[in-house]
Design a protein around this ligand. Structure first.
Ligand code: NAG
Ligand code: NAG
Length: 475
């Protein structure tokens, strides 16, 4: 049977982007790939991005869609998480099983799927794969350091460390091997800050911890040097790990025709004037501020950050994404001082081409929400970080940035103008050499890992070979 991979991403922008990169890498290696998206995600991809034309050059690629069980006009916002889960459980999961067992992807079809690569949280997909006896490799798009805390959840519960038995978030955590000296309750993923194990998010994580080690393999977006301290432990549980990151760099290195500008999957229009503005700034002087495509801040937090930036005396480029500030404020109430200083030294944009911004020599520090995508991009470009994590894996990522990689400062659970001013001054002046040296070194290791003979380069080749041989076994 010719190898045919089915990639099935979680129906959210970030994971979909990441999975599309893997799809493209596999297509370039001559493997046939089908990406299964929910109808809703597919509609927004077609409306806002150039995916159709981008993938049209691959004759071995196609999209298929599946219902997410919700009406078209459902907002699918994160507050309606439970409805989204319910739609998935009652509609998507049974339809997926039917597609695999007897439908369009089954051995009875014209072009059977030989390997499934679903999102790491899709436990049901492994049950189906085991039922029809085809191999499954999970792809985890969250950071490996956060994934490791998910995989350790049964141990954390057994040891009585989760759920927390008091409100003290500084209690050290002992049941996540490799992190005993620095991980605190506060650094665990945001889901762990709940006192109810029956909570649906905890339920998904428990299932994930039980299912992921049973798969044929696990793909993660990191490189060996970056996560060596936890990969050594993770391999005891999941021996077959393909670390193929930084994924965006690996893809760039394999594309023979450079894309026009950098590949954009973003749903918002990018302001490119900021690059011209950066050209006028001193080297390593600018604070780049962005909390990514999902996170929000309150008006109070917005003003604390604003004052902190202005008081630091550094120029700043701030991505003020529409809708990212929750609550109202009156422009007349903003102090004259803040307005004046911002006009002198600040640049506010709705959205920017992040990779190009981070690569600009004027950028001195990235004030980030510590999403995994942004963290990897900052490492690749050698930019130190100030981390203000919001949720999911971000709490873990920011701790690794400050304590393991020592390439930034973690200000989690605070939002105070004095702390921000001090953090900016520390990164730009006091700890400049030390931080830049560390992050530059990591960035270079990242570049080496995707270059010919590097670990991510070799792991991708191994993944491709394994997928091809799995196809032969299935015939
Ligand atoms: C990573 O995040 C940034 C900012 O949120 C965005 O501009 C960029 O397109 C993202 N990259 C990927 C690969 O999704
Ligand atoms: C980019 O941002 C600047 C500064 O806020 C603004 O003046 C300009 O109109 C924006 N350009 C685009 C294309 O949005």
């Amino acid at each position: 049977m010719p190898p045919h991979v089915l990639i099935f991403p979680l129906s959210m922008q970030g994971p979909v982007n990441c999975m599309l990169k893997l799809a493209e890498l596999l297509c370039l290696s001559g493997i046939s790939v089908t990406v299964l998206n929910t109808d809703h995600i597919q509609r927004s991809l077609i409306r806002h991005t150039d995916v159709l034309s981008r993938f049209s050059c691959y004759h071995n690629f196609r999209f298929e869609t599946i219902s997410d069980g919700l009406p078209d006009d459902h907002p699918r916002s994160s507050e309606l998480f439970l409805e989204i889960l319910e739609g998935f459980r009652t509609v998507t999961e049974p339809v997926f099983r039917e597609m695999m067992v007897s439908g369009c992807f089954s051995s009875k079809s014209a072009f059977p799927v030989t390997v499934i690569i679903p999102d790491g949280s899709f436990s049901f997909a492994l049950d189906v794969a085991e039922e029809i006896e085809i191999p499954l490799i999970y792809f985890e798009t969250v950071s490996p350091c956060a994934l490791w805390t998910y995989l350790c959840l049964p141990n954390l519960i057994k040891a009585g460390e989760v759920p927390f038995n008091s409100n003290d978030l500084d209690v050290p955590i002992q049941s996540v091997p490799g992190t005993e000296t620095f991980l605190r309750r506060r650094d665990l993923p945001s889901f762990y800050r709940c006192d109810d194990l029956a909570n649906p998010a905890m339920h998904i994580l428990m299932n994930q911890a039980r299912h992921v080690p049973r798969a044929h393999g696990l793909i993660i977006n990191t490189f060996e040097t970056l996560d060596a301290s936890i990969l050594v432990h993770m391999r005891n549980l999941c021996p077959n790990i393909y670390s193929i990151g930084p994924l965006h760099t690996l893809l760039k290195s394999r594309l023979t025709i450079a894309p026009q500008s950098s590949v954009s999957n973003s749903l918002l229009e990018e302001n490119r004037t900021c690059l011209t503005w950066l050209d006028t700034q001193l080297e390593k002087s600018v604070v780049y501020v962005s909390i990514g495509s999902m996170a929000t801040m309150t008006v109070d937090q917005f003003f604390e950050i604003w004052h902190g930036l202005v008081n630091s005396g550094q120029p700043f480029l701030w991505v003020k994404r529409p809708g990212s500030i929750v609550g109202e404020y009156d422009d007349d109430e903003v102090s004259k001082h803040l307005m004046y200083e911002t006009k002198e030294r600040g640049f506010m944009a709705e959205w920017v081409p992040q990779e190009e911004v981070l690569a600009h020599s004027a950028i001195g520090v990235f004030l980030t929400h510590s999403g995994w995508n942004s963290t990897m991009e900052s490492i690749v470009e050698g930019v130190p970080m100030i981390c203000w994590p919001h949720n999911v894996d971000q709490q873990v990522n920011s701790r690794f940035v400050s304590e393991v990689w020592k390439i930034g400062i973690d200000i989690k659970d605070t939002c105070d103008r004095f702390i921000i001013e001090k953090a900016v001054k520390d990164v730009i002046h006091l700890r400049k050499n030390e931080l830049i040296q560390s992050v530059k070194m990591l960035g270079e290791y990242g570049a080496l890992s995707v270059a010919e003979g590097g670990s991510s380069y070799m792991n991708l080749n191994k993944l491709v070979e394994d997928i091809k041989s799995m196809g032969i076994k299935a015939s």
